[in-house]
Ligand binder design. Structure first.
Ligand SMILES: Nc1ncnc2c1ncn2[C@@H]1O[C@H](COP(=O)(O)OP(=O)(O)OP(=O)(O)O)[C@@H](O)[C@H]1O
Length: 201
């Protein structure tokens, strides 16, 4: 299930060219970091890959992509629902029975170091726990394409370290994962790096 970018260029009024002639091949199983200075176009490139935004020039082609997931900088959850509910819900939506969904959700949460907080309400989670829960929920959704925007930007160093520790776990056989980041540790958790400062502008 590849995503293919060819000759991609983009600008907004007032930004000048953010990137020009970008070619990129993304395959299922990839865990790709997008790096570059603030304003270099990392979030914009995520939107282009998601086909939310149309490129000024070039093409974004999807082959077999059926679902797209996003994890944003800010964690959004339902305050009174348990952490476990947040991961179980997408499994129920995909057709699992309640017991299977809970079991599978707990297994995912264990991978993300969240088993101990599974029964805690979302509102009682720390920033790092909530951000890891968003990643665990995204894994439960098993999208074809998962876009993650600055997962450690709002976190202190300890919480960021725990998020970076589990980011490598995001690589999934059936999913392309693209992570926009400033954080060198997040970059190092990914298996490929696309540095927008090196794309000729
Ligand atoms: N919808 C828009 N209209 C006009 N300008 C925009 C729009 N979206 C982004 N920009 C501008 O495009 C440039 C790239 O923004 P983008 O958010 O993609 O950069 P980034 O590399 O993700 O930055 P940061 O690391 O600070 O999040 C910025 O100058 C931004 O102000």
């Amino acid at each position: 299930m590849p995503v293919t970018l060819r000759g991609l260029s983009h600008s907004f009024p007032g930004t000048g060219v953010l990137f020009r002639g970008l070619d990129l091949d993304l395959r299922a199983g990839d865990l790709v970091a997008l790096t570059g200075p603030s304003g270099s176009g990392k979030s914009t490139l995520l939107s282009l890959i998601a086909r939310w935004e149309r490129p000024a020039a070039g093409t974004v082609t999807w082959a077999g992509v059926t679902s797209v997931g996003w994890v944003f900088q800010n964690s959004h959850g339902v305050a009174r629902r348990t952490a476990l509910d947040h991961v179980t819900l997408p499994l129920l939506a995909r057709g699992a029975g309640r017991a299977d969904a809970d079991r599978h959700a707990l297994a995912i949460m264990e991978r993300f170091g969240l088993a101990a907080v599974a029964s805690r309400p979302f509102a009682a989670l720390s920033g790092g726990e909530a951000q890891r829960l968003m990643l665990a929920r995204a894994v439960a959704k098993a999208p074809s394409l998962l876009l993650v925007d600055e997962p450690t930007a709002q976190l202190g160093p300890t919480a960021a370290a725990t998020v970076n520790r589990v980011l490598g776990e995001l690589a999934m056989a059936e999913t392309i994962v693209v992570v926009a980041t400033h954080d060198a540790d997040t970059r190092d958790a990914c298996s490929r790096v696309v540095d927008l400062r090196r794309v000729p502008a």
